[in-house]
Design a binder for this molecule. Structure first.
Ligand code: 8X3
Length: 236
């Protein structure tokens, strides 16, 4: 999210920074050279999204671009060994959060006759790999939902893009392994993964296309990965 905010600020966008952790958002807002608004919200909770949207200052009320970036993987375990609380957190964030944000922001876009929704899915939604069960399924949901919305919007000025990144070195693995930094580091050992900036650049590129162009899907992976879960590792 930080990388996307930085790139989109470079395009001169005014930014609403929406997430749970206010301190991080304030820090990001302070570094951006464009007007921004910190909107503390938990996408798992519709009331919290509504409160944040209701509190938007006048100059931020017309949302032209929604990047549905909130999402996480928790755990990497056999179905019978997985922690149901991890599953619930992924379903609530990756699925419920994304569809709720979309449902609440889309009507304004339709009314104003302009808008672009960018959903951050994953290659894990396209390719199955062991132990990614609920995470991968949640991302398959995102890709389906995104493309179904795109079909609904056909002919309208509201555009929909689904971004499907592969392995990217962000907080992803550290979150997946519940803060185990060593285990997270191991995932990227011998691999040159995508960076957050690589994904942000895909978002930026989809957004800056002429109004008659809808980039429906972008799947991007490190050259060392294809498909999800299968990586080539360099020794050392
Ligand atoms: C994460 C992509 O390939 O690491 O969304 O599962 S992968």
């Amino acid at each position: 999210m930080r990388a996307a905010a930085r790139l989109l600020a470079g395009e001169g966008a005014k930014l609403i920074l929406g997430a749970r952790r206010e301190e991080r958002l304030q820090k990001l807002a302070a570094e951006l050279k464009v007007p921004s608004h910190v909107a503390v919200m938990d996408v798992r909770d519709e009331a919290s999204i509504r409160a944040a949207l209701d509190a938007l200052p006048a100059e931020f009320r017309e949302i032209d671009v929604l990047v549905n970036n909130a999402g996480l993987a928790l755990g990497l375990a056999n179905v019978e060994d997985a922690n149901p609380a991890d599953w619930q957190a992924m379903i609530d964030t990756n699925i419920v959060g994304l569809i709720t944000m979309t449902r609440l922001v889309l009507p304004g876009m339709k009314k104003r006759g302009r808008g672009h929704i960018v959903d951050i899915s994953s290659v894990a939604g396209n390719f199955h790999y062991p132990w990614a069960n609920v995470y991968g399924a949640s991302k398959a949901f995102v890709t389906y939902f995104s493309q179904a919305l795109r079909a609904e919007m056909v002919g309208s000025p509201v555009r929909v893009t689904n971004i499907e990144p592969g392995m990217a070195e962000t907080e992803f693995s550290e979150v997946r392994f519940h803060g185990d930094a060593a285990k997270a580091k191991e995932v990227y050992k011998g691999v040159t993964p995508l960076s957050a900036m690589d994904v942000a650049e895909a978002i930026r590129w989809a957004l800056v296309q002429p109004a008659h162009v809808n980039i429906s899907r972008i799947e991007l992976m490190p050259v060392m990965q294809a498909p999800a879960g299968i990586t080539v590792k360099r020794a050392g």
